[in-house]
Design a protein around this ligand. Sequence first.
Ligand code: 5GP
Ligand code: MN
Length: 345
Amino acid sequence: YLRPLMDKKTTQIVKELLVKPQNIVVVGHKNPDGDAIGSCLGLSFLLNSLGHKATVLMPNDFPDFLKWMPGVDDIIIYEKETQKSLDILEQTDLIFTLDFNSLDRVGDLQKPLENSKAQFVMIDHHQQPAAYAVATYSDVSMSSTAEMVFHFIEAIGKSEMLSKEIATNLYTGIMTDTGSFRFPSTTPTTHRIVARLIEAGAESATIHQNVFDTNSAERLKLLGVALNNLNILPDYNTAYITLSQKELDEHNFKKGDTEGFVNYALSVSGVVFAVIFIENKHENIVKMSLRSKGDFSVNHFARNHYSGGGHNNAAGGKSSQSLNKTVTEFISILPRYKDELTHAS
Ligand code: 5GP
Ligand code: MN
């Protein structure tokens, strides 16, 4: 149907790994998003229908707006069921890591994964993949890992196994990672795949509703606070938002509530670089989401200054300074990037 995009060698290795029934664990990154959950669940439905025993394992919990997805009830969360997770890992021949490419992206699951004797397969679209897998399917041009799982299924010749459950999960992954098909990584092929997923049973209107129209009033009021805290630095075409732990607490913050807030900062006319700083007293860090338009690479920026990374136009990182200090430091770094920020298109 489509030109096979996973290369022949990787395809061959994966096919051989899947010749006989295996115990498989499918892992996503810490603070899993729609793409991590969707690609992991989609792949695990496929593997189970091929006769393997696949379990989806996530480092920690994920937002309620993803908790309707087919198969979510069977996801094991390491932070909540640590011993059970370790027992499952013990019985595992094969570990698929999806939507991340370095084992420091799974929080406390890092050591158990590093100590595992299983073989690894990576499917991922982030920059600079690490070399821990026997089969690495990495493509930074891809819209989403969910799109890559579709290519993976085609490459191993199992397109006929595309079920409603798989289609719904992959659709959700692609939809959330492309900002509903609007980011530049969305290609004609992405749209062709999405069409196939709808034909296979993904209900696009329902999926959009489940993800985007299930806000709590508290979340919207927190958005109000975030928008009030918006700061524009016109000299650097930069905008940032802060949220303190106190502000989060006052709005009964739940995981996922701040998802997408940073995009409002990026939507300001002329802004090419946007950041949200979210204080996390529990982990004693300030978590940052960075976004850009055009050539300015937030992946490099996050790697260089905030032990993070991601994509050219969407990345994350963290700081162990206070919220105020983090912001002051951030502003002090910007002059070094003035040329890039003011000449980016
Ligand atoms: P978000 O800002 O939505 O949490 O993440 C944006 C992108 O950057 C996602 O693709 C995510 O996987 C990645 N990302 C977020 N935080 C980190 C981090 O701390 N380190 C790395 N390497 N990537 C991150
Ligand atoms: Mn992704």
